[in-house]
Write a protein that binds this ligand. Structure first.
Ligand SMILES: [Zn+2]
Length: 189
């Protein structure tokens, strides 16, 4: 009996923090696409064409970022649209990260996203309330329902800042700057 408890305690002490340190946030059963700046993970029930229709990266985005969208397949289209958007976020903030690589994790529904965050932090969603960025996992979390360029731009703003500054600005300042990226994207639709 005593040994059994020691095993449980050891597992909690060693395995759980190890999984956390390895960047395992528990987002599982997913499909994967690689872009220049992101690895995009999405649940199998998420429809790629749905994501593309909502994201709708514009001609202006392509012109301003100096990068174009690759239409050869839905996967390449999504990857290149997100790279265009990332360059836009960097330009708006005037913070350029040349070796950045992060993750975007896409849930099918808001309910799943909220349950995921609650499981990790036992609280309501921060940031936009429909998406957030976690520095510990260098990941943007969002749903297929809200997969819009302004919201993703906001989260990319958080990713850029978190990786740009050595000393992190306050949460309030980070929200103001991420909101500024969102505002600029809305303005230049
Ligand atoms: Zn935010």
């Amino acid at each position: 009996m005593t040994r059994w408890w020691i095993h449980i305690v050891l597992w909690l002490l060693l395995a759980v923090p190890a999984a956390w340190a390895a960047g395992n946030d528990g987002f599982e059963d997913v499909r994967k696409i690689d872009s220049q700046y992101f690895t995009i993970y999405y649940k199998p029930e998420v429809d790629l064409n749905d994501l593309l229709n909502q994201l709708n990266v514009s001609k202006a985005d392509q012109m301003l970022s100096g990068q174009s969208v690759n239409f050869s397949s839905p996967e390449k289209q999504l990857a290149s649209m997100l790279d265009v958007l990332f360059n836009r976020a960097c330009d708006v903030l005037d913070m350029h990260l040349y070796s950045f690589k992060g993750n975007i994790k896409i849930f099918a529904t808001q309910k799943e996203l909220s349950a995921f965050y609650d499981n990790l932090y036992h609280s309501d969603l921060p940031c936009t309330g429909v998406s957030f960025y976690l520095y510990d996992f260098n990941s943007i979390y969002i749903t297929a329902e809200n997969f819009r360029r302004e919201i993703l731009g906001h989260e990319m703003g958080h990713a850029v800042m978190s990786n740009y500054f050595v000393v992190q600005p306050s949460v309030k300042i980070q929200e103001v700057l991420a909101g500024y990226v969102e505002y600029q994207l809305r303005k230049s639709k």
